[in-house]
Ligand binder design. Structure first.
Ligand code: GCU
Length: 874
């Protein structure tokens, strides 16, 4: 290999790939995909003479000469008579003869060209595996190494009017000092595996733009090539339009305060952006989000996020899988991951195509992207380091504007040597310098002083933002049952992500769950691993290895593997294995959508044949069937009611099963508070990643009204039961949740309200152990919800508001329309209190129900009261 690159250095006319070059949508790009003629050249005869001297320019295959022209000149190749390969595509799956082929292949296609005054032309390659040399009309433009990242060459001065000959020498020979090195567990697909474009730009063109968002401000840096001029950036939907001129360095930066809708898996919002000059413009679609770690928690848009991942190779689904060639191939993989319930993908072990990354972004997948410093590369070679760093630079250069990409990874399962630590340390520093906005990681391995107490003690942990490691308990290590007795020790203080786990199974191979490669074995392995992984502290996500069975020359077991690594949850044809459904159930147990309807409804004190409920203190009344109908028509998961009496709990169970809760206790018929829907509250918290430390419900009212009813602090029995419940579920964020019903009749005792507020606050301090002045800043959120304001005097509320963030209550005016709303001391509207409980700001949306088709009574309910919170949790 070295010899060929040395040759290239001699052959080159000083033409190398331009600095930065973006082919963002909107560029004038002509795809050169299609049928290319090819010549297999295992001896590199197209470059070397018999004694390995370099061929003369006229003799090398870049010359693209034709024997069949006059058959009198000895030319022992002729692309016109050579077979073709499809570009983009790997060569291995296009011809049985090339299935195992590793070596050199020449690609040639002709390009028709019409010059246009004042324009420049570039050849842009999405990726060529592994290294290549590119020539146009026998002018060698340059070389590239690294099979998974884009590169380009300016061809303005070498293109001629009419037919042009584009010849590419491609070689995928593995090498000790290459990246990846000689040994890796995927098929070494060779070829021009991603699309090729002829791109036309003006003399001065936009070579690159970089956009980032820190939660408050959008930063846009635009780079020009060929000169300086005014640049305009526009994000129409945000009303952003900025214009400025580039400086001497051909760059200009824009800083704009903005609060765009955040990109996230549930809402992968993208905005159109246009970057333009007088002669040039590019359009793109970008998302805005923040990603960071806070102690042991990964925060997406300042909210805890759990990475429901799967690892995937860049390989199609089908009878004859090969490298993905287009959006359709990528979509098939993404659809399978969506079906699995994922919100995160580990694109292993090398940068995947730009189509894959952009489509994943549109579909709401967060991404881990990595470069193939895989297993044991040549850590002490400068050339190897330069190669690895270049692949990192090109990967980040291509995808730095993608909101979906949240993690850059620099290595997979590498040995703990000082050379490796230094090598990867430099790469990590480079990645941080290129892009300080994303998390940096590497897939580590465990150490096992003893089998049942594996430990992660890799020094690289100090350099990465998250702790990611691969483990194969139940496959390479022990049996699935061993998971029950394994305790992991992982350094604390950083979020943990299991970047690989799993085992193999041949689709349709059934048998006992102790027989390797049966679907039953793999399903058991997954169940056991998920339980074990659930016990790992600071767990923020996991990535089964892997989505699909993929080709690997390391997997020859005939009859079962047949050149496929069988660790997919689907096989190469996309057929779901049993383990797929184990994983899908696990993820769906972590995610879902919850619609909570809070109604100021209370059961009538006395039985009325035609009505069951009334609204707050109002004369409006409805029957149970109507409320039930509204519940069903809006797919409400949980209903919150104001007051019920014990006797009515049965009716609620009948109508709503366990999915109801009361945000203040029953009072009218006196006696003990009804057994309200603790399960419901528990259900809500269980389904969320919040850990309910305690739930208190307070009945505070003037003494006259509820003789005998218990007043403050009715929560203690509940606290204990919650803690027990929570331990059963995945550890998550701790919260305190209090609901209260306060209504003052100032007329009787003007000072009562303040006393009551004081009593309430004191009780909350007692239960939580948190001072009221720390409620706002407490790491363990303290929430107070309830019906608090159906009086004319606001002061008690203001007092309470003082202790909570963003407290908001329905204004007194609301009383005038007598709406006794679900006041919340949390976020904007009552809906958001639930949202705030579950996810912090923003993901719950109050939405207006289209009631036109409802029968009158249901319409009455919908038109007047309901506040529905559509809550996504993951
Ligand atoms: C490793 C490696 C993967 C490989 C897998 C396996 O952990 O990272 O690339 O395919 O194990 O053995 O199947």
């Amino acid at each position: 290999m070295k010899r060929i690159l040395a040759a290239a250095a001699i052959l080159l006319f000083g033409l190398t790939s331009a600095g930065a070059f973006t082919i963002a949508p909107g560029r004038d790009c002509q795809s050169l995909g299609g049928q290319w003629n090819y010549i297999v050249d295992p001896m590199n005869t197209g470059i070397y003479k018999y004694q390995m001297q370099l061929q003369k320019p006229s003799k090398r295959y870049f010359a693209d000469r034709h024997f069949y022209g006059d058959k009198t000149t000895l030319i022992e190749y002729d692309f016109d008579h050579a077979p073709t390969l499809t570009v983009p595509g790997d060569w291995n799956t296009q011809s049985d003869k090339l299935y195992y082929y590793e070596g050199s292949i020449w690609y040639r296609r002709t390009v028709d060209f019409r010059p246009v005054e004042g324009r420049r032309w570039f050849l842009y390659f999405g990726a060529v595996n592994y290294q290549c040399m590119v020539g146009v009309n026998n002018n060698i433009l340059g070389t590239h190494k690294g099979g998974f990242t884009p590169f380009w060459f300016e061809v303005t001065d070498v293109l001629q009017e009419g037919e042009n000959s584009l010849v590419v020498w491609v070689n995928n020979t593995r090498g000790e000092s290459e990246v990846p090195t000689v040994n890796f567990d995927w098929w070494n697909y060779g070829g021009i595996t991603r699309d090729v474009f002829l791109v036309s730009v003006p003399k001065v063109f936009i070579s690159d733009y970089r956009i980032s968002f820190d939660g408050k401000q959008i930063d846009i840096k635009v780079s020009l090539d060929g000169g300086n001029c005014p640049v305009t950036v526009e994000i129409p939907e945000l009303g952003i339009r900025k214009k400025a001129c580039t400086g001497r360095d051909g760059e200009v930066c824009f800083k704009v305060k903005a609060s765009p809708e955040r990109w996230c898996p549930e809402n992968p919002k993208l905005y159109d952006i246009v970057v333009s000059t007088a002669d040039d413009s590019i359009r793109d679609r970008v998302g805005f989000r923040t990603i960071r770690v806070d102690g042991e928690q990964i925060l997406l848009n300042d909210k805890p996020v759990f990475l429901k991942g799967v690892a995937v190779h860049d390989e199609t689904i089908g009878l004859n899988p090969g490298r993905c060639r287009n959006q359709e191939d990528a979509r098939a993989l993404l659809e399978a991951a969506k079906d699995l319930g994922c919100n995160f993908l580990r694109l292993a072990h090398y940068p995947h195509s730009e189509e894959m990354v952009r489509l994943a972004e549109e579909m709401g997948f967060m991404l881990w992207e990595e470069i193939p410093c895989y297993w044991n590369i040549d850590w002490s070679s400068e050339e190897t380091y330069a190669n690895a760093e270049n692949q990192l630079v090109e990967m980040i250069g291509r995808d730095a504007n993608r909101a979906a990409t949240i993690i850059w990874s620099v290595a997979n399962e590498t040995p703990r040597t000082p050379q490796r630590l230094e090598f990867l340390g430099k790469l990590i520093a480079k990645a941080r310098a290129l892009d300080p906005t994303r998390l940096i990681s590497a897939a580590l391995q465990k150490d096992k002083p003893d089998f049942y107490h594996p430990i992660i003690e890799d020094e690289l942990v100090d350099l990465t933002d998250i702790i990611s490691f691969n483990q194969y308990i139940g496959w390479y290590d022990g049996k699935p049952a061993d998971c029950d007795n394994i305790t992991w020790t992982v350094p604390s203080g950083k979020p943990v992500l299991i970047s690989e786990f799993g085992g193999g199974a041949l689709y349709g191979n059934h048998g006992s769950d102790s027989e390797l490669f049966t679907e039953e074995y793999l399903a058991l392995l997954y169940r056991k691993n998920l339980e074990m992984i659930g016990r790992i502290p600071a767990l923020n996500g996991l990535c089964p290895w892997c989505l699909k069975d993929f080709r690997s020359p390391k997997r020859p077991l005939n009859g079962i593997q047949d050149d496929f690594n069988r660790k997919g949850l689907i096989d190469e044809q996309g057929r779901r294995k049993q383990a797929f459904f184990v994983m899908k159930d696990y993820y769906s147990s972590l995610s879902g959508e919850l619609v909570v309807g809070t109604f100021n409804l209370r059961f009538l004190d006395d039985y009325r044949p035609d009505y069951d409920y009334k609204f707050g203190g109002q004369p409006w009344m409805v029957r149970r069937p109507a409320v039930k109908a509204f519940f069903e028509q809006n797919n409400i998961d949980i209903i919150g009611l104001q007051e019920v009496r014990r006797a009515q709990a049965a009716d609620l169970e009948e109508d709503f099963g366990k999915d109801w809760f009361v945000y203040c206790p029953g009072r009218l018929s006196g006696g003990e508070m009804v057994r309200t829907s603790d399960e419901a509250v528990g259900l809500m918290f269980r389904k969320s990643r919040f850990n309910l430390l305690g739930h208190g419900r307070f009945w505070l009212s003037d003494s006259t009204e509820v003789a005998g009813s218990k007043r403050l602090g009715q929560s203690s029995p509940i606290v204990t039961s919650w803690v027990h419940l929570e331990e059963k579920y995945r550890p998550g964020k701790d919260v305190w949740f209090f609901s209260a019903h306060i209504s003052w009749s100032v007329s009787e005792n003007p000072s009562l309200p303040d006393q009551e507020v004081e009593t309430l606050l004191a009780e909350m301090e007692r239960l939580t152990g948190i001072g009221r002045n720390e409620f706002k800043s407490s790491a363990t959120p303290v929430f107070l919800v309830g019906d608090l304001n159906n009086t004319v005097d606001e002061s008690p509320i203001q007092t309470l508001e003082g202790y909570f963030n963003d407290a908001r209550t329905a204004s007194p005016e609301s009383a005038s329309t007598n709406i006794n709303t679900f006041n919340c001391y949390g976020k904007e509207s009552k809906a958001s209190i639930i949202d705030y409980i579950f996810f912090g700001a923003g993901s719950a949306k109050e939405y207006i129900v289209d009631t036109s088709s409802y029968d009158p009574e249901v319409k009455f309910i919908s038109d007047h009261y309901p506040v529905l919170s559509r809550i996504y949790y993951d």
